[in-house]
Design a protein around this ligand. Structure first.
Ligand code: HEC
Length: 99
C-alpha cells in the first residue's frame, strides 16, 4: 500500500504542478481583467499597469511577482484564495507575454 501511494505521488505530482499559461489567461480574464488589461485588445483601467507591461518590467525576475500576486495590496483585492496551481498558471501566462 505504501509503495502504491508513493508511486501515485510520484506520477501525479509533476502533472499537477505543470503550469498552464492558457489556464492562467482564463483565470486572468475572470479575476484580473476588471482592472488590468490582461491581453492585447482587452479592457481594463488606464490607471492600472497592463499585464504585458508588468511582464516586461519584471524581466528575469518574474517569479518575484508571485508574492505581489498573493499578498494584500492597497488597491488590489487579496488573492489568498488562489491555489498554488492557479498562481503557477498566472505566472506562466505572464512569462508567455514576454515572448
Ligand atoms: C481592483 C483592481 C485590481 C484587480 C482586480 C487586480 N489588480 Fe493587480 N494591480 C492593481 C493596481 C491598481 C496595481 C498597481 C499598484 C501600484 O502600482 O502600486 C496592480 C498591480 C499589480 C501587479 C504588480 C505590478 C508591478 O508593478 O510590479 C501585479 C503582479 C498584479 N497587479 C497582478 C494581478 C493579478 C494576477 C490579478 C488577478 C488575479 C490582479 N492583479 C487583479 C489593481 C488590481
Amino acid at each position: 500500500m505504501r509503495v502504491l501511494l508513493a508511486l501515485l505521488v510520484v506520477t501525479l505530482a509533476p502533472a499537477a504542478l505543470a503550469a498552464d499559461p492558457d489556464a492562467g489567461l482564463e483565470l486572468a480574464r475572470k479575476a484580473c481583467a476588471f482592472c488590468h488589461v490582461v491581453e492585447d485588445g482587452g479592457r481594463g483601467s488606464d490607471a492600472v499597469p497592463t499585464f504585458r507591461s508588468i511582464a516586461r518590467e519584471a524581466g528575469d525576475d518574474i517569479g518575484a511577482l508571485r508574492s505581489f500576486t498573493v499578498s494584500p495590496h492597497p488597491q488590489m483585492p487579496q488573492f489568498a484564495d488562489l491555489s498554488e496551481q492557479q498562481i503557477e498558471n498566472l505566472i506562466a501566462y505572464l512569462k508567455r507575454l514576454q515572448e
